[in-house]
Design a protein around this ligand. Structure first.
Ligand code: ZN
Length: 304
């Protein structure tokens, strides 16, 4: 095999994206993810891999970033907010359908791997990658390697309770995971929009709220400030635990520029250190980090 191309698949709740990644660039294709349909999801991934391989004229290793994770104990999907995947033998079924071994990892782990390899946090020793989108996920990269964890949940920060809650943040909203007051119920994109409405605001998307806040709208400024306080507390708990060199934000919320200036000021009182050197960074590869990190679940020199 000559110049090794690696295929990365980003299996998301609203779309499946695939790319062939090499040192010089990528071929990019997108197909819609069938929702609530396991068999159609498998078929869509098989078709996407076939389409990419037809374009590149070769077969390639395939890495897949997915919501949730494959349980190391049962081999079945768990923790996916695309709940129709849960309890399914996704790795086994995809390996049978594609006729090759696959690597699957949590989508936030793939995001963190991409940004820690040659993205916003390139070459930093320890990186926490966060996805703030329709859900909230996290992944940890130490010296260029994902930390998967004994239960494949390392970095799964979104289903901890929001730390240092104020009285009106307790018990919090019911989460799809069955608990209440999870970080995800405060920090996802839909949670930001819902919080704005709960405080009497209009029905706006997170980018609309951020834009209006920048133009001086007092209600939107207040919503964004509540959000940034919560994000700061959530990230302070991560810093106290793993003390990363950098935290890289991804997902739709990561486009709000004000976060990078304000949140590192707001997290200071909660961090057990006199000075804080951890940097909060915007992603370099943005939405592409999903497929890039998935492709890099296989290293260039590896046989597959
Ligand atoms: Zn939860």
């Amino acid at each position: 095999m000559t110049a090794r191309l690696r295929i990365g698949i980003d299996l998301g709740g609203s779309k499946i994206e695939g790319a062939a990644v090499d040192a010089s660039g990528s071929v990019r294709l997108r197909v819609a993810t069938p929702r609530n349909d396991y068999r159609a999801t498998i078929e869509a991934i098989v078709a996407l891999v076939a389409e990419i391989e037809a374009q590149i004229g070769a077969t390639a290793s395939v890495g897949i970033g997915m919501p949730g994770a494959i349980s190391p104990i049962t081999g079945l999907v768990k923790n996916a907010n695309s709940t129709w995947l849960n309890g399914r033998a996704l790795q086994h079924d995809l390996e049978a359908a594609l006729g090759r071994p696959l690597r699957l990892a949590n989508d936030a782990n793939c995001f963190a791997l991409s940004e820690a390899t040659d993205g916003a946090a390139a070459q930093m020793e320890s990186v926490f990658g966060v996805i703030l989108g329709t859900g909230v996920g996290g992944g940890i990269v130490i010296r260029g390697q994902n930390l998967a964890g004994a239960n494949a949940i390392a970095g799964e920060w979104g289903h901890n309770p929001l730390p240092w809650p104020t009285p009106n943040e307790v018990p919090g909203s019911l989460c799809w995971c069955g608990r209440s007051g999870c970080i995800e119920t405060f920090l996802s994109g839909p949670a930001l929009a819902a919080d704005h409405r709960r405080h009497g605001g209009q029905k706006l998307t997170p980018p609309e709220i951020a834009g209006a806040a920048e133009r001086g709208d007092p209600d939107c400024k207040a919503t964004l400030m509540r959000y940034m306080h919560r994000l700061a507390r959530g990230l302070a708990a991560v810093i106290n635990l793993i003390d990363p060199d950098a935290i890289v934000l991804g997902g739709g919320i990561s486009g709000i520029a004000m976060l990078y200036e304000r949140v590192p000021q707001l997290w200071l009182p909660y961090i057990f250190s006199d000075r804080v050197g951890t940097r909060l960074l915007a992603p370099l590869h943005g939405a592409s980090s999903g497929v890039r990190g998935a492709a890099w679940l296989w290293r260039p020199e590896e046989e597959w």
